[in-house]
Design a binder for this molecule. Structure first.
Ligand code: ZN
Ligand code: ZN
Ligand code: ZN
Length: 364
């Protein structure tokens, strides 16, 4: 699932980041930091899997013995399988050397953190995300290639959906078809398929229901999957029959806002400036209160990761950063719309990794 990458180089770089921040050990369990550094993704189990990276020592992956056969030896970390009668937290504490400051992954179960604190009461814990994000936020060429491939696969799904009949089918049925297409077009797994018809479209993260799609409905489709560990995430809008004048007017504003935000993104630009660009146009047209979420999120091993395109984020964009640009307009009780593309920051701007047409798709 996870391709060859320079895991040794990544481990060296995380040690340098740790040294610069006075962190003595990194403790990484379930979540994306572990596969980023080792090519191994821990299943979400009650048994502890944890990569212990001492700032000055060898990285060791503490893993349940029955999961150890799934670990690929990358030559840059030791594997320490533990047996059912072992205390894996005690093993991790010993490997970490009772660190003064330890960085712990966001998704680590609190049970293990509490056990670690009990065994190493002097250790101060800090979140690992600010450290790992320093590496993960800029994608290398291989990562961008996988994100591009995932984006193209998602675009093929959009093209197929444009030829589907929507009316008479439920949101659930369209969602199931979308998930199947995501896999057929090359994803390893489908991650999500939001299908929101009519007034349901005004809820950005609507869960598909048995609501039957009818003539005249606007339908928001937001879908993505995982390919080689990396995600796609795109949103397109469908209308059964002809869109009405009000929908068209709002859609024109949204399309202009999305295009302007993509044009604004580039190296040297603050993340919040991309959000401001989209919001200025939507607000200027009178829909400001109906654009109820940030403009975008970073994407990679996780669907949502740094950098977030939101007011207050002054992080300066750099080449290699990948994120969504997805403004939306949501009119409660009526309809919603969102246009979402993944882009990668290049030397002189931002390149879209989604290229399917950005217009309301008229379907039967
Ligand atoms: Zn979302
Ligand atoms: Zn999305
Ligand atoms: Zn998104």
């Amino acid at each position: 699932m996870f391709p060859d990458a320079d895991y040794a180089g990544r481990l060296d770089r995380i040690r340098r980041v740790m040294a610069g921040r006075g962190v003595d050990a990194a403790l990484l369990s379930v979540g994306a930091d572990l596969p980023y550094l080792t090519g191994y993704e821990a299943p979400q189990l009650e048994r502890l899997t944890m990569l212990v990276v001492p700032a000055g020592g060898e990285a060791v992956l503490v893993v349940p013995r029955l999961e150890a056969p799934a670990v690929v030896d990358r030559g840059c970390f030791e594997v320490l399988p533990w047996d059912e009668t072992d205390d894996p937290v005690a093993l991790a504490v010993a490997l970490a050397g009772e660190p003064a400051t330890a960085a712990i992954g966001d998704h680590t179960w609190s049970r293990f953190l509490l056990a670690f604190q009990a065994l190493a009461p002097a250790t101060r814990f800090v979140p690992a995300t600010p450290l790992t994000a320093e590496l993960r936020i800029r994608k290398d060429a291989d990562e961008i290639a996988l994100l591009r491939e995932a984006g193209r696969a998602a675009d093929r799904v959009a093209a197929r959906l444009a030829g589907e009949r929507f009316s008479g089918r439920t949101e659930h049925e369209i969602a199931a078809a979308t998930r199947q297409m995501l896999v057929e077009e090359g994803h390893d797994v489908a991650s999500f398929a939001i299908v929101a018809a009519g007034a349901n479209g005004a809820s950005p993260h609507h869960e598909p229901t048995d609501r039957v799609i009818e003539p005249g409905d606007a339908v928001v489709l937001d879908f993505g999957g995982r390919l080689g560990g990396y995600h796609s995430d795109t949103t397109r809008d469908f209308v059964v029959g002809e869109p009405g004048a009000e929908y068209r007017a709002a859609y024109d504003v949204l399309r202009e806002a999305q295009a302007a935000a993509v044009a604004a993104a580039g190296p040297g630009v603050a993340a919040q400036e991309v959000d401001r660009t989209a919001r200025r146009i939507i607000t200027g047209a009178g829909y400001g209160e109906h654009f109820i979420h940030r403009t975008g999120h970073g994407i990679g091993l996780e669907v949502h990761e740094d950098p977030y395109l939101v007011e207050g984020n002054e992080q300066v964009l750099e080449p290699g950063m990948c994120f969504s640009i997805e403004p939306g307009i949501y009119l409660p009780g009526r309809f919603g719309m969102r246009i979402e593309d993944i882009v990668v920051v290049t030397a002189d701007g931002a390149e879209r990794l989604n290229r399917s047409p950005r217009h309301a798709y008229m379907v039967d």
